[in-house]
Structure formats: structure tokens, C-alpha cells
Design a protein around this ligand. Structure first.
Ligand SMILES: [Zn+2]
Length: 259
């Protein structure tokens, strides 16, 4: 959590149990609210607001208790309900850009092999791995998790091919990625190189494209995996998106390798 005084004040208020109207599924605690990201939706680039990007819930972003972001809270609910956590028991897991809370939960499932990797490792125990050229054998993992990574990768077809390659038959890829349902086609223009232009056009300075609704077909085509994408209403109809502060428009990006 940053040391912004306004944010610290809000965090103190939201931790107050009397206001506990919301629940963080990651730390399993009731909280008064969640902290906004960069000033919330009012701080969104105008194009992102107009296009209705489905990504983080910037108004209810960060848990004042454990710091978990909304996309991680949603992923916890999804992985639990879709049986992916159960599937991890004794399995081989590859976890890209690993969130500490998710890593802890995965380790509790006692996988037979658990590799945490990132292009720029942020702590010990994370292997330096380029998603577009992974140093792993074919079919060496049962679950691959790439949570909000593919909007950052330059060579998307290579990354998707690699994810499909390292997954074993029957394996699952969890590929959460922001996208715009309104857009027919992904926007990805090689001329867009400045931070300012990427922020306005793609929603963040370090995003290299803005996915449209062709994302599901693109992911399946390049990875060779089968789309098992499911919506919040399909998988989590009993989960109140307000109380859990998750984006109910964000689906579970689940892709499976044919057995
Ligand atoms: Zn929490």
C-alpha cells in the first residue's frame, strides 16, 4: 500500500468494523470498503470510460486489510468454484507474475511442482522467464496462471503458443485479461509507442494493446486450447458482486488443452 495520506485515512476508515458492509475473500475479513485505484473511475482515461473496458474495478480496487486487488479477489472466487484449486492438489503449476496471496493458497494445495515466474522477478523464489520463449518441456504443467499478463506481452501469438505447448493434455490455462466487449477487433498499432498514447488508447502506460471481443477466439487459435470461458452469472450466481466488490462483467478466462 502506498503512503498517500488520503489513502491511509480512507484505509483506516474502511478497516473500522462498524462499516463492514463488504467482504474480502482473500483475507476472509469484513471491511467497510475497498480503496480506489488512481482516484477511481473519475481518473480513467476518457476513451476507457467511453468504451466500457472490462478489467479492474478501479472504484473498489484494493483491500484495506490485505492489499488484494479486485481481480485477485474475483480470481479466488472463480478458482474455488471452477474446481481449479482442488485440481492443483499434487499437480504441476506454473504461475506467472505471482501474487503472494495466491501463491500461499496454491502452496496450501501441496502441488507436486510449483514454479513462480516473471520477466522481471520482484522477489526471491521467482524464476526469470520470458512467456514467449519458456524454458520448460512440452506438456510439463497441469495448470498455467497468467493473471493480467497478456496485455503487456509484445509477441502475443508466441506467448499463447508457449502456454499451449507447456500445458499437458487435460491441463488448464487461466488467462485473465482486460478487454472491451464493445470492440469487434483488438486495437494493436505498432506506431503507438509513448506512455501517454498507450495510457489513452490501451488504458495503461505498460499495456501494448486493447483487446476487443475477438480475444476469446484469438486466445484459442494461437494457444490451440479450447475456450471454457464462463461468466460471473454462470459460475458465481450466488456471489453478490457489491459485497465482494468484484466486477461481475469480468469472466473467468479458462482454456483447456484437449486430453
Ligand atoms: Zn483482504
Amino acid at each position: 500500500m502506498s503512503l498517500d495520506p488520503a489513502k491511509l485515512f480512507l484505509a483506516a476508515i474502511y478497516r473500522w468494523p462498524v462499516l463492514a458492509r463488504r467482504h474480502c475473500v482473500v483475507c476472509d475479513r469484513n471491511v467497510g470498503g475497498f480503496l480506489p485505484y488512481r482516484g477511481g473511475s473519475k481518473g480513467l482515461p476518457p476513451a476507457m470510460a467511453a468504451l466500457g473496458i472490462v478489467g479492474s474495478d478501479v472504484d473498489h480496487f484494493e483491500c484495506p486489510r490485505c492489499g488484494a486487488h479486485d481481480r485477485l479477489r474475483h480470481l479466488f472466487l472463480y478458482l474455488d468454484r471452477a474446481g481449479v484449486f482442488d485440481r492443483m492438489r499434487g499437480a504441476r503449476i506454473l504461475h506467472g507474475a505471482p501474487e503472494i496471496a495466491l501463491a500461499t493458497r496454491i502452496e496450501a494445495q501441496a502441488p507436486s511442482r510449483y514454479v513462480q515466474c516473471d520477466l522481471f522477478p520482484s522477489r526471491p523464489g521467482i524464476e526469470r522467464v520470458d512467456l514467449t520463449a519458456m524454458p520448460f518441456d512440452d506438456a510439463s504443467f497441469d495448470v498455467v496462471i497468467a493473471n493480467h499478463m497478456l496485455e503487456h506481452v509484445g509477441d502475443l501469438p508466441a506467448a499463447l503458443r508457449e502456454i499451449g505447448r507447456v500445458l499437458a493434455p487435460g491441463g488448464m490455462g487461466i488467462l485473465q485479461t482486460p478487454y472491451v466487449p464493445m470492440l469487434e477487433a483488438t486495437i494493436d498499432d505498432a506506431g503507438v509507442q509513448s506512455d501517454r498514447a498507450r495510457l489513452q488508447l490501451y488504458g495503461q502506460e505498460d499495456h501494448v494493446r486493447l483487446f476487443g471481443r475477438d480475444i476469446f477466439h484469438t486466445f484459442a487459435r494461437h494457444s490451440g486450447l479450447v475456450s471454457k470461458v464462463a461468466t460471473h452469472d454462470e459460475l458465481l450466481p450466488d456471489i453478490d458482486a457489491y459485497r465482494y466488490a468484484v466486477n461481475r462483467h469480468e469472466p473467468l478466462f479458462l482454456f483447456e488443452k484437449s486430453a
